[in-house]
Ligand binder design. Structure first.
Ligand code: NAP
Length: 305
């Protein structure tokens, strides 16, 4: 019998993973916040994945954070700002040798989670898959992509990657996951806040070439100073490529703000500014971008952390 995957968070990515694992016959359990959410989930009868316009429901068993069964493998699929507290509530349930897979965007939450569960192995992931919720317990698979997984402290790949292969989750074990996470973070910082402030799609930033270039120069300096030179290589070129290739898309931060949702700013631009301060680097444009974004979020009544 293979090890059960506990999935923490029934949102977009949690559902995308849980349904594909369940479809492949891999044992999965879903962890929701509380008894009320569990009842709502049980009434819905399972998690629904909409793929190529076709909806299929999978009766993944659910439980709350307070269940007492031990956890051997935990997919953490909540937002970066929820991960640390949610995992802390599960710490006592982790079996010896437990492994956590952290799907959070940006940086900062991975270390915060790892500090709460020093007895467990924490594996970070960086994904280009895209999904969104079009109803409670229901997710649309919007963009096929790839997920890189890695453990900065331990380069050996876990055997359960076979479960991902069986589930048709495209993935690769990465021995330089930190470089990937930093690169993605830098791309995000050069693009997402500006799309919010200029109220535009990614392609709209072609009109703000100089502003983008200035941010890329500061991000490159930061990456080089904090021991991530590979993540800095040709950053501006890649940012421009992404802006062009995704010109018609709205960035994730733009969508969060447009939908009046809390953003992950603290783990994106906020993390970059914090690391710059730690290295005593003067990066005025990134700092100013953070101040403008915070003021904008406040003006909309949204949290800025
Ligand atoms: P999401 O749709 O907002 O889902 C997060 C889920 O976590 C929600 O269902 C929420 O429950 C649940 N949650 C939060 N705290 C919890 C707790 N204490 N106990 C149980 N459940 C809890 O978020 P997402 O879009 O899947 O994003 C997850 C992470 O993946 C983010 O860091 C995001 O940046 C990253 N990511 C997302 C995508 C994508 O396409 N969506 C792509 C790449 C990376 P409620 O429903 O009860 O609030």
């Amino acid at each position: 019998m293979s090890t059960t995957w506990h999935v923490l968070g029934a949102g977009s990515l949690g559902t995308l993973w849980a349904t594909r694992l369940a479809r492949a016959g891999v044992p999965v359990r879903l962890i929701v916040r509380d008894e009320q959410r569990l009842q709502a989930y049980q009434c819905a009868g399972g998690l629904t994945l909409v793929e190529h316009g076709e909806a299929k429901t999978y009766a993944v068993p659910g439980e709350t954070l307070d269940n007492e069964e031990p956890i051997n493998r935990l997919l953490v699929a909540c937002k970066a700002y929820d991960a640390e507290n949610a995992v802390a509530r599960l710490a006592s349930r982790l079996a010896p040798g437990a492994e956590l897979i952290l799907l959070q965007n940006g940086l900062g939450s991975q270390d915060a989670v790892a500090a709460k569960v020093p007895q467990a192995r924490c594996i970070s992931a960086s994904s280009t898959e895209g999904a969104f919720r079009d109803g409670d317990w229901r997710v649309v698979f919007a963009g096929h992509g790839y997920t890189w997984l890695g453990d900065a402290g331990h380069p050996v790949a876990p055997i359960w990657l076979d479960d991902l292969t069986a589930a048709g989750i495209p993935h690769e074990w990465s021995t330089d996951i930190l470089t990937r996470l930093w690169r993605k973070l830098a791309l995000n910082c050069a693009i997402n806040p500006l799309t919010v402030l200029h109220d535009c799609r990614n392609g709209g930033l072609q009109q703000h070439h100089c502003e983008v270039a200035t941010l890329c120069a500061e991000l490159t300096e930061l990456l080089e100073q904090c021991g991530q030179p590979a993540a800095a290589e040709d950053l501006q070129q890649e940012v421009e490529r992404v802006i062009h290739a995704t010109a018609a898309n709205y960035s994730s931060m733009y969508q969060d703000v447009a939908n009046q949702r809390r953003t992950e700013i603290s783990y994106l631009l906020g993390h970059v500014c914090k690391v710059a301060a730690r290295h005593q680097l003067h990066l005025p444009h990134l700092h100013q971008l953070q101040q403008r974004l915070i003021a904008h979020l406040h003006s909309l009544g949204l949290p800025s952390d």
